[in-house]
Ligand binder design. Structure first.
Ligand SMILES: Cc1cc2nc3c(=O)[nH]c(=O)nc-3n(C[C@H](O)[C@H](O)[C@H](O)COP(=O)(O)OP(=O)(O)OC[C@H]3O[C@@H](n4cnc5c(N)ncnc54)[C@H](O)[C@@H]3O)c2cc1C
Length: 318
């Protein structure tokens, strides 16, 4: 018995969300009296032994060039084989692009119960009950997993990474790796930005900014704060900003430490994607904008007046 954590990587580097998943998985192992192990697919440049500091004892690697890019069918089969060979009874993913495409497939393959989007450690006092957000964050569900193998995908930014001491044993895992059925012919990468789903701080703009030409001040503020930029849906629909920045019910769901909403009304569909943020700051010229009801801090004022002042104050403080 063990807890197996899938470690996500991109271009040979481990993603931040994986450190959260590793810390979480190690804690689940402690709760269930088992050991935590990790699996990494594809070539990785990072020091895998150092993942021991998050509490995992072993890291399985499968270095096959066919695994350098995500193919969920191929990945699912390899992870399924690892679960069977290692005897893992709990499998942990991050609830990000990779986790969302692999975890459900693995669940079907292993006939294992899955909780997608967990936000807390399982309650193991009476069974194995995992908490998640439902109805766009308006309620919680506590789901009892009763299958012998249990799968959890953890929402990014919902469990704090804790790094201690320790070194993991890195073990090459031999698996049959299928040839992907899908061939990637081109990849267009967005470079130089903080990935939105993993960002600790998000600066987001809405229709109140009047047009794409005014996003310079949003980008400058985001840059100063090491933040990702985001937007409301109409902003993306009108092509002021790219669609991968659109947050909300029909867009990306974020849970940063700080979400700064500028010129966004706070429609329920927008809130659905951002209401798990730890601290929400709203800047809106309309004191009756609905977003103020969800805000921790609110500034009633014109964004074109407030944002430059905020930026200048941050620069002065640095
Ligand atoms: C099925 C469905 C799904 C949807 N999914 C999403 C979703 O995922 N994400 C999403 O965002 N929306 C979504 N929407 C749209 C949503 O209902 C709202 O229409 C949208 O969020 C409004 O965007 P906004 O706040 O940028 O624009 P507006 O509603 O036009 O609000 C602009 C705000 O800017 C303020 N403002 C104007 N000028 C200034 C200024 N100079 N300084 C400061 N403030 C100013 C205004 O007071 C106003 O509050 C969805 C709608 C539907 C029906």
């Amino acid at each position: 018995m063990s807890v197996l954590i899938f470690v996500d990587q991109a271009d040979g580097h481990i993603k931040k969300a994986s450190f959260e998943a590793l810390t979480y998985g190690a804690k689940v192992a402690e709760q269930t009296g088992t050991t935590a192990e990790a699996i990494v697919l594809g070539a990785v440049q990072d020091d895998l032994a150092s993942l021991g500091k998050y509490g995992v004892k072993k890291v399985y690697t499968v270095a096959d060039a066919k695994l350098d890019h995500l193919d969920s069918q191929v990945f699912t089969k390899v992870i399924g084989e690892a679960v069977e060979k290692t005897g893992a009874t709990v499998v942990i993913f991050s609830n990000n692009t990779d986790g969302k495409s692999i975890a459900p497939r693995l669940s079907a393959r292993l006939k294992a119960g899955l909780v997608a989007g967990a936000i807390a450690l399982p309650d193991t006092s009476n069974g194995f009950v995992v908490k998640k957000n439902v109805f766009s964050g308006k309620a919680f569900a506590n789901i009892s997993l009763q299958t012998p193998i249990k799968i959890i995908s953890l929402n990014p930014n919902s469990y704090k990474t804790i790094a201690g001491e320790g070194t993991a044993e890195v073990v090459a895992f031999t698996a049959i790796v299928d040839v992907p059925k899908v061939k990637i012919t081109a990849t267009n990468k967005v470079t130089g930005e903080v990935p939105l789903s993993e960002a600790e701080v998000v600066v987001s703009g809405g229709r109140g900014l009047k047009g794409p030409e005014n996003w310079g001040m949003i980008e400058e503020l985001a840059h100063l704060l090491g933040a990702a930029t985001a937007c409301s849906r109409p902003v993306a629909d009108t092509h002021w900003r790219p669609h991968h920045e659109h947050v909300g019910q029909t867009g990306v769901k974020v849970a940063p430490q700080l979400y700064i909403a500028i010129g966004i009304s706070g429609a329920i569909q927008h809130l659905a994607g951002v209401n798990s943020s730890k601290c929400i700051v709203v800047i809106n010229k309309d004191a009756d904008a609905p977003f103020f009801k969800s805000a921790d801090y609110g500034i009633v004022g014109d964004a074109f007046d407030i944002v430059p002042k905020l930026t200048a104050a941050i620069k002065a403080a640095n």
